[in-house]
Design a protein around this ligand. Structure first.
Ligand code: HEM
Length: 499
């Protein structure tokens, strides 16, 4: 310390400190600006070539992504750049979807890492592409998907209980905000398979399952407002990040309590993701709580969003309810109860969901990737090394592929499946270059088999138990468009009446 004061006299401490902070912040701003510089020679829409002076580009994209993406293609480009929330992103025409899905140098993990300012900050663990993620993928692919058969009956039982709690048996039309009820229903059913029967009824866990995802996106938005260099300090003080850390603490307590409980339980029970995580990890380092939160992050709101869209489409098109009931009842009469194979036989139900997803995919774009090296596509289009890209999803409403592409047709995929040779191609779980609501290719959503099962079980119960409609004067609400994300209207009321 004495040596220090000999070199720098005390009078210079404060100005010196302030100067150092100012230089660091300036450097960070320059680093940020360089990161936000547009890609050289690639056409830009909604942003100037000099993004340093175009502070509105991001605001413009968040408010009107659909119009900007349309503008890019109408100008005749097959690849252009737009200012996404984390910086410039290349938007590719759907004709490249097969090349993108196959290319070994286009990475999903790197794309996620590059776009999210989550560092090593506590609370954000679920987004970190660590060993946990690979264990999680193996658990989903090798365990959850393969054990759907065992879980179908218990999921159907839990569905009855939870629907009764949420909607009861109203004898007159009763109004519900379906979009805010459904995440808790989905959380309860998903947790049955992820953490077992005890935890799936624990309201504290359900609260985490539903709200961790909302909080993490809130915290990311708050972090993005700060220069990168300050984020490692600032995150400790940001309220959404504090909330996130508390949620992880509570989650850890609940998961550990469940693990302890199991050590003393001697009754046989169905294995679930908590068992499978340990089994699949096989000695590799594993943070079980982070893995469980990771599961909820990818499951609850994606599934709830699709379910809500289906309910909105059915409430707006009630003519589908009688044939759906007929299909579900006839399958149940033959099978006696809900088996995995019973759900496969419900082809109209499958078609109705796939059609809702076609018109209301999770986003205007899909297949978010990062170029690990410079890539030349088959038509000589060059993707620079280090670029982030997405593929536009507008092909799902393309008139040249889908007749009356903008009109809801619940029978669309049912009819396609009647064509010889197409019996399976148009199932909800199948992805294609024409329908990539679950992504496409090797990185397509591994949870789609589980999500489809859960969605069909829930819908079959709702359709058999209730009449549904919109209040008079309410039509099918349009989605909220937040940048490239499509979120179903979270406020609309749906009327339910017990049958
Ligand atoms: C309707 C519900 C769901 C939708 C619409 C959906 C959609 C998607 C999409 C679009 C992707 C990106 C694919 C790509 O970039 O090619 C994805 C990835 C992923 N999904 Fe889903 N998902 C759903 C449910 C689930 C569920 C229930 C799980 C877990 C059980 C899950 C686990 C994952 C995982 C782990 C990834 C990353 C895959 C990887 O790293 O290779 N998803 N999902």
């Amino acid at each position: 310390m004495r040596l220090f004061t000999e070199i720098i006299p005390p009078a210079y401490f404060l100005p010196g400190f302030c100067l150092t902070v100012a230089v660091l912040v300036l450097l960070s701003c320059v680093q940020n600006a360089i990161h936000n510089l547009p890609y050289y020679r690639i056409p830009a829409v909604g942003m100037s070539r000099w993004s340093l002076f175009d502070r509105q580009a991001n605001v413009r994209f968040m408010a009107s992504a659909r119009a900007l993406i349309r503008e890019g293609f109408e100008q005749g480009h097959t690849m252009f750049q737009a200012m996404f929330p984390h910086g410039p992103m290349l938007v590719l025409h759907p004709k490249y979807v097969d090349e993108v899905r196959r290319h070994p140098s286009l990475s999903l993990e790197e794309a996620v890492k590059e776009s999210l300012p989550v560092g090593d900050y506590p609370g954000f663990e679920a987004f970190r592409g660590t060993e946990n993620h690979h264990i999680l993928l193996d658990v989903i692919n090798q365990k959850i998907t393969r054990n759907l058969k065992q879980y179908t009956i218990s999921l159907a039982r839990e569905t009855e209980l939870t629907l009764d709690e949420h909607f009861g048996q109203p004898q007159e039309w009763k109004s519900y905000c379906f979009a805010s009820e459904v995440p808790y229903i989905v959380a309860r059913l998903s947790t049955l398979v992820f953490l077992g029967e005890q935890v799936c009824r624990d309201t504290e866990w359900l609260d985490i399952s539903v709200n961790y995802t909302l909080d993490i996106f809130g915290a990311i938005t708050a972090l993005r407002r700060w220069p990168p260099i300050l984020r490692p300090v600032v995150h400790w003080f940001l309220e959404p990040a504090q909330k996130l850390r508390k949620r992880v603490q509570v989650a850890r307590r609940i998961v550990q309590r469940e693990m302890r409980r199991r050590q003393h339980e001697h009754k046989p029970r169905q294995p679930d993701a908590l068992d499978w995580l340990h089994e699949v990890a096989g000695g590799r380092h594993l943070d079980v709580t982070t893995a469980q939160i990771g599961l909820t992050l990818v499951t609850i709101h994606t599934t709830s969003n699709l379910l809500t869209n289906v309910i909105y489409d059915l409430a707006a098109n009630p003519q589908y309810l009688p044939p759906l009931r007929e299909e579900i009842q006839s399958v149940l009469e033959t099978d006696g109860t809900f088996h995995k194979t019973s759900l496969t036989k419900m082809k109209l139900l499958d078609s109705v969901v796939k059609e809702s997803q076609r018109l209301n995919p999770p986003g205007l774009t899909s297949l978010h990737r990062y170029a690990m090296e410079e890539i030349t596509l088959s038509d000589a289009t060059v993707i620079p090394k280090g670029a982030s890209l997405v593929v536009s999803a507008h092909t799902m409403q393309d008139e040249s592929i889908y007749l009356n592409a903008h009109t809801y047709d619940g029978y669309r995929f049912y009819r396609k499946r009647q064509e010889p040779g197409h019996e399976n191609k148009h199932q909800l779980v199948m992805t294609s270059a024409e329908h990539y609501g679950f992504g496409h290719g090797v990185r397509a959503c591994p949870g789609r088999f589980f999500a489809t099962n859960e969605i069909k079980i829930l819908l079959a119960h709702i359709i058999l138990k209730y009449d549904i409609r919109f209040p008079d004067g309410q039509s099918r609400p349009v989605n909220w468009e937040i940048g490239q994300d499509l979120v179903c209207d979270q406020t609309v009321q749906v009327l339910f009446r017990a049958r």
